[in-house]
Design a protein around this ligand. Structure first.
Ligand code: ATP
Ligand code: MG
Length: 557
């Protein structure tokens, strides 16, 4: 019947556009526009058709639509996220930098900074510098320099120049001396508590106004005996300006320089100096440094150095996740998690292990933009972007979690060839069946005696009995309006799936944040490469780890 056909077409189009559910109202509108006749009668038909279409899975809807020769643009147009223009920026003259401290593995917050810096350099045909801010020998480790570079490469971030701040320490000494000579800095031998107390009270100390500054002596002093401080303003309402420390003594071997230096600059000092000397035009920092901008420019002014366009954006925070090395480190050191690549963590290694694609991270951080508004983002936002990307590239497999045995009487022996992907040609895999199957306990729960269901892409079964296992009987091959469930034949492989949940609950580490479930996958999973991300139909996307046994890590549903 004509109405039915037209209604079905519109129902399918509407359903696929809206994630599998067509709206009766829109379909009626579309059909009425196309078909003139008995309104009441037509609406009745449309209603039936919409109900039928909505019972199909999104994949089945897509398949049918393809058969009708209709092409739908599902809003898949690649959304290129544009960053706003930079102030005072000219093509070919922009220089940005990403300055990680090699004291841990990079996380998604670093990805935000690195990607924004890198994208701006690209946007302006400029230069992007990777700078290791390695000026605290207590924290830096050799392994992290290489690891951070590997992670950036994985993200697709490429740099034009690379250097270590620690290589410029002699230059920093020269400039510190100049600042002291110009009266913008001084050597302070007050104890730490006294410095703190004076800051609180807004009180200057005697060291500040000493005529002869003990420069040579300073380099021979012991750790904790003296520091170099900015001669700021001890009464400034901006406490960052109350004579911040610029250099301190740290007697600890540096992973690159060994014992060559004992006097190390603080971020206030080297941050400003390095941005200026390396030619950076648009350095970004996270918003919590805003109050320190004054210190930054004070130093550059004193030394007559070029002043960059300092910019700020908000620190990326994700609900239930530690987006900071400071919070990540204890989890690893105390053995709460498996390591830096634990799939619960927002480290780039953790995200990679879980099956989050670098392009999804890029789209996610760019969608956050460079706003200064602080917000805690849900991990689900990243998952949604990743899901769209994975959907188009991952092969489908059958997997049943917590399997329940199903025996089908009078089952024909079959060999079926199933598509790896419902709408993209990725080839087919074969599965042989006799009467022995396993289905997930979740699906088994919904079955009861007398109920019919369909083993997906195979045939229908009617339940004859249900106890620890299910006894069914073959009920024909014709497509029927019954629940469709995934299955594995008796040629299955055991798979453990790791499910990662947010590691923090109410601000504390949640020891139950990792769950393992057992299941059976069709034997074709053997052909999957180590590291491939597949979709276990109606279960979720899973990254496969193969070393001896097969373990899956749930990327997300
Ligand atoms: P962490 O606590 O993770 O060590 P950090 O800022 O001390 O944070 P660095 O290695 O010093 O880490 O940071 C390198 C760059 O990455 C800096 O420019 C910093 O602003 C940026 N960055 C770090 N964490 C985040 C975050 N959560 N969101 C956005 N940018 C970040
Ligand atoms: Mg830091």
């Amino acid at each position: 019947m004509d109405v039915e056909k037209i209604a079905r077409k519109h129902a399918l189009i509407n359903a696929v556009k809206f994630n599998g559910k067509a709206s009766l109202k829109s379909v009626i509108g579309k059909v009425m526009a196309e078909f003139k006749g008995e309104a009441k009668e037509i609406i009745k038909i449309i209603k039936e058709v919409v109900e039928e279409v909505n019972k199909l899975s999104l994949e089945e809807q897509k398949e049918e639509i393809k058969k009708l020769g209709i092409r739908i643009d599902e809003g898949k147009k690649k959304r290129e996220i544009k960053l706003p223009p930079l102030p005072n920026a000219k093509k070919g003259e922009v220089v940005t930098r990403f300055p990680p401290e090699p004291n841990g593995y990079l996380h998604i917050g670093h990805a935000k900074a690195a990607i924004i810096d890198y994208e701006y350099a690209k946007m302006y045909d400029g230069i992007f510098i990777l700078r290791f801010d390695d000026t605290n020998p207590l924290n830096e480790k050799k392994e992290f320099y290489e690891a951070q570079k590997e992670d950036l490469k994985w993200l697709g971030v490429e740099w034009d120049k690379e250097y270590r701040t620690s290589d410029n320490i002699p230059k920093h000494y020269e400039l510190a001396k100049e600042m002291i000579e110009k009266g913008c800095a001084y050597i302070c031998t007050c104890r730490e508590e006294e410095i703190r107390k004076n800051r609180r009270l807004g009180k200057e100390c005697a060291c500040r106004n000493r005529k002869e500054q003990p420069w040579d002596e300073f380099f021979k002093m012991k750790e904790g005996e003296a520091v170099i401080r900015l001669k700021g303003d001890m009464k400034s309402p901006n406490t960052a300006m109350r004579d911040p420390i610029l250099f301190r003594i740290i007697d600890y071997p540096h992973p690159i320089h060994g014992k060559r230096f004992r006097v190390w600059p603080t971020y206030d000092f080297y941050g400003a100096i390095e941005d200026s000397l390396s030619g950076v035009t648009h350095p970004f920092r996270t918003k919590e440094y805003e109050l320190r901008d004054k210190v930054y420019f004070y130093i550059l002014n004193c030394l007559n150095l070029r002043k960059p366009n300092l910019m700020e954006f908000s620190r990326l925070a994700i609900k239930g996740m530690p987006v900071s090395k400071r919070k990540l480190k204890p989890l690893i050191e105390k053995g709460f998690v498996m390591g830096w690549d634990d799939p619960r963590l927002p480290t780039l290694r953790g995200l990679k292990r879980r099956g989050i694609l670098p392009d999804a991270i890029k789209e996610f951080v760019l969608s956050q933009g460079i706003s200064k508004a602080e917000s805690v983002v849900a991990f689900e936002n990243l998952e949604a972007i990743n899901r769209k990307m994975l959907d188009e590239v991952s092969r489908r497999f059958f997997f049943v979690s917590e399997p329940i045995k199903l025996f089908v009487e009078n089952a024909p022996e079959k060999e079926v060839a199933l598509k790896y992907h419902p709408s993209i040609d990725m080839g087919k895999r074969k599965i042989k069946t006799n009467g022995n199957f396993y289905i997930s306990s979740e699906d088994a729960k919904n079955l009861e005696k007398g109920k019919k269901f369909r083993l997906k892409d195979l045939y229908n079964v009617i339940v004859k009995n249900k106890n620890d296992m299910i006894l069914g009987s073959f009920a024909g091959e014709k497509l029927m309006d019954v629940p469709k469930i995934q299955w594995v034949s008796d040629e299955f492989i055991k798979v453990k799936v790791i499910i990662a949940m947010p590691p923090f609950k109410n601000g504390l580490f949640n020891p139950d944040s990792l769950k393992i479930i057992e299941g059976y996958a069709e034997k074709n999973l053997k052909n999957v490469k180590n590291g491939e991300i597949v979709q276990f139909e109606r279960f979720g996307f899973v990254k496969i780890e193969k070393n001896g046994s097969i373990v899956g890590i749930l990327t997300h549903k």
